[in-house]
Ligand binder design. Structure first.
Ligand code: BTN
Length: 259
């Protein structure tokens, strides 16, 4: 793990925050602490090895974005993990909305979009623990004060600055997001799963009636979204009329796919 070794440590609600100026990946750093307590949060001004889903990297230029990972140790079955992933997106979407961002959309399960461009990515990973209890690391990257992006991202990514013409203090977004995560995680722990699903549906154009292509490990599905299951899986009605339940996969709207 590459880091500057001297985090600034402070608390925000239930979270103990370790703030580094530079680090390899906030999620890898959290994973490397085997006995990390619940609500430990690692945040960095810059990541030199930021990771996205499916072995992609996460563009983490210094000071431009929020790069943060938190550890949850929930006492719930693994079938509820997708809901945790949805709640993280709800927390981000509400945070950005509160700061004045418009046209927010949530793409299943947890990409936060502005229109059809991605402004935030979320990576939920399990980590092993000596005691065998569940440890989940939720890594969140939000594009805030980026003026632009490298060529490979320029047509698909956006930032708060590009969308609003305003810079936003990264620390303010961090604090607001942690507050939202605490509220929604409290609801998740209390078993208020339908509230999470309802809020996700309100924030997402992908919940129902959206033409999508789903990329699975070995196939593609073309169809239209037809709701979520109680555990947060996406239901897609394929063009041949079959209802498929998507537990994991990459969903793109047909418009995105056409680019
Ligand atoms: C995605 O591919 O959409 C997920 C991106 C997740 C990026 C965040 S940034 C903070 C945390 N540390 C990482 O290395 N990745 C996640």
């Amino acid at each position: 793990m590459q880091s500057d070794h001297t985090p600034r440590i402070f608390s925000r609600g239930s979270f103990i925050v370790h703030h580094y100026s530079t680090i390899g990946s906030t999620s890898d750093a959290l994973k490397a602490i085997p006995d990390a307590p619940e609500f430990l949060c690692i945040v960095a001004d810059e990541q030199t090895a930021g990771r996205g889903r499916r072995t992609r990297s996460w563009h983490s230029s210094p000071g431009d974005g929020l790069y943060l990972s938190v550890l949850f140790r929930p006492d719930a079955g693994s079938e509820k993990i997708t809901l945790l992933s949805l709640l993280a997106a709800v927390a981000v979407a509400e945070t950005l909305s509160e700061l004045g961002l418009q046209r927010i959309d949530v793409k299943w399960p947890n990409d936060v979009m502005c229109g059809d461009r991605k402004i935030c990515g979320i990576l939920v990973e399990g980590a092993s623990s000596g005691s065998g209890d569940m440890r989940l690391i939720v890594g969140i990257g939000i594009n805030l004060n980026h003026h632009g992006f490298p060529d490979d991202l320029v047509s698909t990514a956006t930032s708060f600055l590009i969308e609003t013409g305003r810079n936003v203090p990264v620390d303010e977004v961090r604090d607001r997001l942690l507050d939202r995560l605490q509220i929604w995680y409290g609801r998740w722990c209390a078993g208020k799963w339908s509230g999470i699903l309802d809020r996700w549906r309100e924030l997402s154009s992908y919940a129902k009636g959206k033409r999508v292509i789903v990329t699975l490990d070995d196939s593609l599905i073309n169809g239209e979204t037809a709701g979520l299951t109680d555990s947060g899986a996406l239901i897609v009605k394929t063009d041949s009329g079959e209802l498929r339940t998507i537990l994991a996969g990459e969903v793109s709207s047909l418009r995105e796919e056409a680019r």
